[in-house]
Each structure stands twice: as C-alpha cells, then as structure tokens.
Design a protein around this ligand. Structure first.
Ligand SMILES: *[C@@H]1O[C@H](CO)[C@@H](O)[C@H](O)[C@H]1NC(C)=O
Ligand SMILES: [Zn+2]
Ligand SMILES: [Zn+2]
Length: 838
C-alpha cells in the first residue's frame, strides 16, 4: 500500500471539506434565511395573468387610446476626464432628444458616472461628475426620471451610507432605492390596463475599485423585495430594469425558496445595459427570449460612446421598441474642457449647466402594429390583435410637425397602397395607415419598412419582420444572443473547479503508480512498459492519426507518471499550492481605498468571495480572477513543467530513425528530432509568457494599493517566483546546463530496435565499419520483432559490451537476472540507459 499516496488523498479530502465550508459561508447571504426552505416544496406562485381572451373585441385602428411609451438609456459614464462622448452625449440626449420624443418617463439603468481616473487604471467617485448629472436633470428634464446604480457608480464604495456614495445625494431615485432596500417600482395606469415597472439596484454592498467589480448580485433579502414587487398584484405587463444582464448576476433565493427564474415568469421584459456593445461586433444583438419563463431580456448599448437610447411603446398590450443612435455626425468629437483640462460644464458663477449647441436628429420611427415578431412574447402579449387590426400603427418622433413629414410604407419591398395619416396628439405622435392583414396570412414572415422624410431633408427609416399568425421568429442574435443567455458566473465556477480537480487527479493518480524508490521494481516496470509501447509505435513507418494520438497519450502518461519521483519538489509544491488556492486567502488588498477604517478598506480575496472584516461579499468577480489565474498561471505552467520531464532522446527509438535517411551514416545526435519545448525559441516564448503573467500581478498591485499588501501578502506571487525558478533552473530549464546529448544514447531495454542500434553504433565506432541500410535490414527488424529469442539476443549483446568495457550502467548493474517476462512479452529491467560513453 502506498502510504504517502493515501495521506495525500486524505489531505485533499480534508481540504475539500474546508473549501465547501468556505463556499457555504460565502454564499450565506444568498440563501434563504428560512433555513431549510430548499427542502420544502415551493408554494405555487399565483399565475401571471392568463393568456388573455382570444375573442376579445379590441381592434387596433386609428385611435390613440391605450398607447404609451417611455425612454430607456444606459451607461452614461459621465466623466470629468474624457471630453469625447460621455458627459457630452448625455447633455445632448437631455437637450435635444427628450423634448422631441416626449416620453412618459425616462429610465437610466446605471453607470451614470464613469468614476475612472485619468489613466483608466484606478477608480473613485468624483463628486463633480455627479454634480453635472444632477444639475442637468434638474434644469431641463420635465418628465419622470428613474435611475439606478451600475458597477461604475459603486466603484470604490465602502457602503450605501458612505459619504462617497454620491448616488445617494445626487441620484434621482436614491430615496426609492433606499426605501425599497434595493428594489423600487412605479406604475402606469391607462384606461384599459395597468403596467408595473420594477428597478433593481444590484450593486455589491461593498464596491471594490475596478477591475474586480463587474458582477452584480441579489441577496436573499433583495430577492424578497423583488418577489413582492413582481407578484403582489397582476398587471397587464411588468417590466424590470437593472444595470446588469442576468448573465452577469448572481441571484440569491428568496425567503420562500424562489429563484430568479421562478420570478422571471412574472415579467415580460428585463431591460439592462452594462455590456455596452462588447467588442468587434460580438454584442450587436444582446437580446434573448427565454421560452421557459416566457420573457425577453434586452440589453441596450451605451450612451457614452455609441450614443444609443431606446424608445419602448406599449400599444394595446403589444410591446415594441427601437434602439436609436444620437446623430453622432452632428456632435463635435470633443466637448469643452475647462482650464484644468477637465470636463465640468458648469458655469463657475451661477453654477448652471453649460449646454452644448442644439442638434437636429432625423425623424425616428417606432412601429407598434404589427409588432416585430422576433420580440413577440406569445403567452403574454395579445398577438392575435395583429390579425384583427385595421391599421398599421407607428410613432414618429421628429422636431417637425406632421405636415412637414412625408411617409412611405412598403411591405415585402412593395409600396403600400394606402397613405399613412397623422392620427396622434401632442402626447402620442401616432400615425396610421389602413391595411388588410389577411393578405399576409401565409404562415410566413414579412418585412415592413417605413421611411419618413422631414422638411429639412433628413430621413428616418425602420424595418421589422412580422407575422400575423402569433408565432415567434428566432432572434438570430449570434454570439450576442449566446452571451446574454449564458450564466457567466456558473461557467467561471465550473472552469475553475474543473481545472483544479483535473490537476489534482493528474498529481494524485501517478502518486500511486510512480516508482517509490530505486528498488520499486514493479512501478519501474510499468514505466518501461510505457516506453516500450511508445517505441513499438515508433517502428511503424506510416503512422495513422490514431497511432500518433495514441503515442501522444502514452508520452503524456509517462510524463505525469514520472513526475512525483523525477521532479519531487515540483510535485509537492504544486499539490500544496492547489490545495491552498481552495482553502486559503489568495491575497489581501486595499480594495476600497476610500474606506475610513481598515476593515472598510482592506479585503481578503478568496476564490469564493471577498471578506471585509468578518463580512463576506459574494461578488462573482473573484471567480473571474480565479479562472484566469488557474488556467493561465497554474495549468499552463504545470503543463510546461511536466512537458519538460522528458526530452526527445528519452522517447525516440534509436533503431527507427535510421531508416528514415537511407544510405547515410548517422551519428546518434542527428537521429532524433528535438521536442518543441527544447527549442531555444520556445524557451524564449516561455520566458515572455512568464513575464507577461508576472506583469499582470504587478498590475493587480497598481489597482489595489501597491506592493504592500497586494504583492507581499499574496500566494500568487510566491507561485510565480517558484515557477520562474523551475523554468529557469529546474529540469531542462532555460539556464540549466544541458548534458551534451551526442555523448549519450537512451536505450530502452526490451526494445529490440534500440538494442540493435546501440550495437551498430558500437560496432561502427569500434571497428570503423560503415553501416549500410538496405531493405534486408528492415526485414531483419521485423524478424527480430516477432522473434521470441529477444531476451537472449539482448543479453548476448550486453555481455559483449560489458566485455569490451565501453558501457557503464546507471543504477544497479544486475541486468541479467532482473529480466522477467512481463505480460508475456520479453523485457529487461526497467531502466533507461543514458550511459554508453563513446
Ligand atoms: C389588461 O388586462 C385586463 C385584465 O386582464 C384586460 O381586461 C385588458 O383588456 C388588458 N388591457 C389591454 C390593453 O389589453
Ligand atoms: Zn458601462
Ligand atoms: Zn457596467
């Protein structure tokens, strides 16, 4: 029995228990306070409004009743340092867009301010950014305004009560957030419907500076609030607003044991921001439909750079929206800066906002009937009303009055015969054109385009795809749809834990099979058998892909098997380090520099979350960081070090290579190709990679309070130092002196091919007879391979060598009597011989 191996397994199990305990305490706030609610059967929620009567008498005609709309904007990132976009876009939005659109209300889903420093490295709350936000709304906005915080609004924020929580003093809905403990709601009541709007502040209760502040979470208590807001009463539609897409949130469980998905069936649409438009077109359509909860999630791109805003309309319970961009061409690239080079558009004397010049957006169009079938919610919207309708209905937002607008409608590319007329009023710029939906009842999608030309020549267009048969059309959002549907924190947790457990297996399993000592004949035999199989694959001249793969698997098994014995220190330190990652804090850092006490400022980083004082913050950013570390700093280096455990001369079969170059005399060092990682350029790359990874740690210290404590109280740093040493001076290291290879030949005992080659080299050198390789030779090989008298042959050869006295054997020299048949195949003691000195 392998006592050390068993001990290691026991230690691993104990550490896993400790890890579970950490997980359990870190997520306590997310679990129901009602202890065993996960055991209880959930009491059924009152069903959301059932599918409305299909034989309803409501006909969408040319009337303006039962329609309203609102504006959604997000990620303003008001910034004192950046004159392009940011504050500038926001002021234009307030000054030139809101008065034209005249929405019922405006919702801004977070990242109201940028809070990044000039170099975009650290972050802190700047009161002048908030001042501009507050003043601009006070001065010009005369509609209801609802807002909430985004991650940027809680960068470097010790708590809600903190002095630097400027949202509390400058945000418009701070009172509501505070009162509702993170969730607040408002209603719109129409003659024929009631609509509920719910805003969620999902910021971490303690907000670290950037960059480890990207995910939001809802504690069990906030989930209770949300549950109440979503279920206390049925509404025609409920809309939820949050800064974070659900993919970047961690949801607790409400006291009654309800998960977020349970609640999601109670709203129609979840509006959010935060991802901006990602990069490289990945996030062009960050929108998705969940067929289980029957709800949509619609991310909106940022105002800061892309100048995007969204108009959402509810027309007889059909919801439609359009994302519109500020006319960026009319906006100067840079807004004004003051004498200090800062963006602070406030008059110094009377402290009013310095507004930019008015811009003139082209007409924008929102088609409300028929609605875009990609965003249909079949069980929550009365989609049959499209089929019953008598008019195409759409809203046109323009500075110009209706008589100065020319409207052109086309369906499937054909001009619509009926003229659209303005049927709206000052509150609803509604247009309608008669149509006959039965013409499109062929169970196919159709394309509707509307073009509006204003008196000043500016043109707005809108295209949608619709169906009249109440079916949905796939969003086809590509990567964006996939991202918005995924659950990022779960993915990260899975990657981290999977990588950790695979590495533990790769360390522990070989511990049981690797040779324990020089005398561990049985395990050594195992290694030798692996080598023999590698050599026998080598001897196949034309290797299939499967054989090549098999050879790689065998080679890697060999490398892992010999690790515990061959590089004992590496094995032990890696093992200890991985367990430490699971159970110990990784580092301590000044996460919240604006905190007043050291418990507020300094946090301890665990994979499972951050701890401030005695309080866990279950922010999922720790998993993002952990995944990066585990994959790039541990797995990659572990792999590189194990790879170095063998070199090509250990693995290549002597005899075979010779046949590749016919008729030439080969000296042994020409006979094998070096492994990729033995090449100088590859070693160079390894160093560059190491430097890059180390620089990431240095960057960490620049975010969180410098060398002390971030780099000194940091186990990651010690690991990098260790890895650096191993790569430099460990086995086959960059700076290790290489044994002169041509002086050595590795011969695997039992491999007839190797033995033969050894013999030939020996003869070659001793008797100076050139070797000639011809077809006969090959035949001879195959004969030898199938021969049963291999042991005898080898022994004779060896005896001869010993007689001549040119061979010196490493380890014990009792080669003759140690030869035992293994698995029926002949073999000799498991020892590579590096020792024939010529
Ligand atoms: C809103 O819901 C009520 C009750 O289900 C329904 O009678 C009414 O028609 C709905 N309003 C609209 C505009 O569909
Ligand atoms: Zn943002
Ligand atoms: Zn954000």
């Amino acid at each position: 029995m392998n006592k050390k191996g068993v001990l290691c397994v026991i230690i691993t199990i104990l550490c896993s228990l400790r890890a579970f305990q950490l997980y359990w305490s870190s997520t306590r706030e997310l679990r129901s306070t009602d202890g065993h609610s996960w055991l209880k059967k959930k009491t059924a929620l009152t069903e959301p409004i059932p599918n409305k009567l299909k034989n309803d008498s409501i006909v969408l005609g040319a009337e303006t009743n039962n329609i309203f709309y609102f504006l959604h904007a997000t990620d303003l990132h008001l910034s004192r340092f950046r004159p392009k976009g940011h504050t500038h876009h926001f002021l234009h939005f307030i000054q030139s867009i809101i008065p034209v659109v005249k929405p019922q209300f405006v919702v801004v889903t977070g990242d109201l301010t940028d809070a990044k420093d000039k170099k975009k490295v650290t972050s802190q709350q700047y009161v002048d950014e908030w001042e501009v936000y507050q003043k601009a709304i006070e001065e010009k906005v005369d509609v209801d305004w609802y807002d909430m915080r985004g991650n940027h609004d809680c960068f470097d924020l010790p708590s809600w009560q903190s002095r630097v929580n400027y949202y509390r003093t400058h945000g418009k809905s701070a009172g509501l957030v505070e009162q509702g403990k993170g969730v607040y709601s408002w209603q719109v009541n129409q003659p024929m419907g009631e609509y509920q709007f719910v805003a969620i502040d999902a910021c971490p209760k303690r907000g670290p500076s950037r960059p480890l502040n990207f995910f939001g979470y809802l504690t069990s208590k906030t989930m209770d609030q949300l549950e109440r807001a979503l279920t206390y009463k049925p509404f025609n539609h409920t809309f939820v607003f949050s800064h974070y897409p659900t993919s970047t949130m961690v949801f607790g469980v409400s006291n009654k044991g309800r998960t977020f998905r349970d609640l999601a069936s109670h709203y129609s649409i979840y509006f959010c921001g935060h991802l901006h438009k990602l990069i490289a077109g990945l996030g062009d359509v960050l929108k998705s439909y969940d067929p289980v909860t029957k709800s949509l999630e619609l991310e909106l791109g940022d105002m800061k750079e892309h100048g995007l805003y969204r108009v959402v309309a509810v027309d007889h319970d059909l919801i439609s929206f359009v994302d519109i961009q500020l006319p960026l061409k009319q906006i100067s690239k840079k807004g004004p800066v003051n004498s200090l080079g800062l963006v602070h558009p406030i008059h110094p004397e009377n402290s009013t906002v310095v507004w930019p010049a008015i811009i003139h957006p082209p007409p924008s169009i929102l088609i409300t009937n028929p609605k875009d079938a990609r965003y249909s919610i079949p069980s929550k919207e009365p989609l049959w009303r499209i089929r019953q309708s008598t008019h195409i209905r759409f809203l046109v937002f323009s500075e110009h009055s209706a008589e100065h607008l020319a409207v052109k409608i086309s369906i499937d590319g054909k001009l619509h015969p009926d003229q659209a007329t303005f049927v709206g009023d000052t509150k609803n710029p509604l247009w309608a054109a008669p149509w006959d939906p039965s013409l499109y009842e062929d169970r196919n999608p159709h394309k509707l385009s509307i073009k509006v030309t204003a008196a000043d020549g500016k043109v707005g267009t809108s295209h949608i795809v619709f169906r009249v048969d109440t079916n949905r059309i796939k969003i086809k959002g590509g990567s964006g749809e996939f991202i918005i549907k995924s659950k990022m924190s779960t993915v990260l947790i899975c990657i981290s834990l999977f990588t950790i457990s695979s590495m533990l297996c790769l360390l522990l399993i070989p511990k049981f099979y690797a040779p324990q000592s020089e005398n561990d004949i049985k395990s050594k035999a195992r290694l030798n058998r692996l080598l023999l199989r590698i050599h026998s694959i080598d001897q196949v001249t034309v290797k299939s892909r499967y054989l090549r793969l098999q050879k790689q698997i065998l080679i890697w098994s060999l490398r892992f098997l010999q690790l515990p014995q061959d590089q004992t220190i590496v094995w032990h330190i890696t093992f200890i380090y991985i367990l430490a990652l699971l159970t110990l804090p990784w580092f301590r850092a000044d996460f919240i520099p604006s905190g007043e006490t050291s418990a507020e400022r300094f946090g301890v980083f665990y994979m499972w979350g951050m701890v401030f004082g005695n309080e866990w913050v279950p922010i999922a950013d720790t998993w993002l960081f952990a995944t990066e570390q585990i994959v790039f700093d541990i797995f990659v280096f572990f792999f590189l070090v194990v790879w170095r455990g063998t070199d090509a001369s250990d693995l290549t079969c002597r005899g075979v290579m010779q046949h590749d170059i016919k008729g030439t005399i080969n000296t042994p060092n020409k006979l094998f190709r070096r492994q990729l990682n033995e090449m100088a350029w590859f070693k160079g790359l390894e160093i560059v990679y190491w430097l890059w990874r180390s620089s990431e740690l240095v960057a960490l210290s620049s975010f969180y309070g410098g060398i002390w404590p971030t780099l000194v109280q940091n186990i990651l740093v010690y690991w990098m130092v260790f890895v650096g040493c191993v790569l430099g001076w460990g086995k086959n290291g960059v700076f290790t002196k290489k044994k002169p290879r041509n002086r050595y030949i590795s011969v695997v005992e039992g491999c007839i091919s190797c033995q033969q080659q050894q013999q030939e080299v020996y003869e070659n050198k001793i008797t100076e007879i050139s070797l000639i390789h011809d077809e006969k030779k090959a035949e001879q090989h195959t004969q030898y391979n199938s021969s049963t008298s291999i042991t005898a042959t080898t022994l004779t050869q060896e005896e001869e060598q010993q007689k001549v006295g040119f061979i010196s054997l490493s380890g014990s020299s009792s080669s003759c009597n140690s030869s035992t048949p293994f698995d029926g195949s002949p073999y000799i003691k498991s020892r590579k011989r590096h020792a024939l000195k010529l």
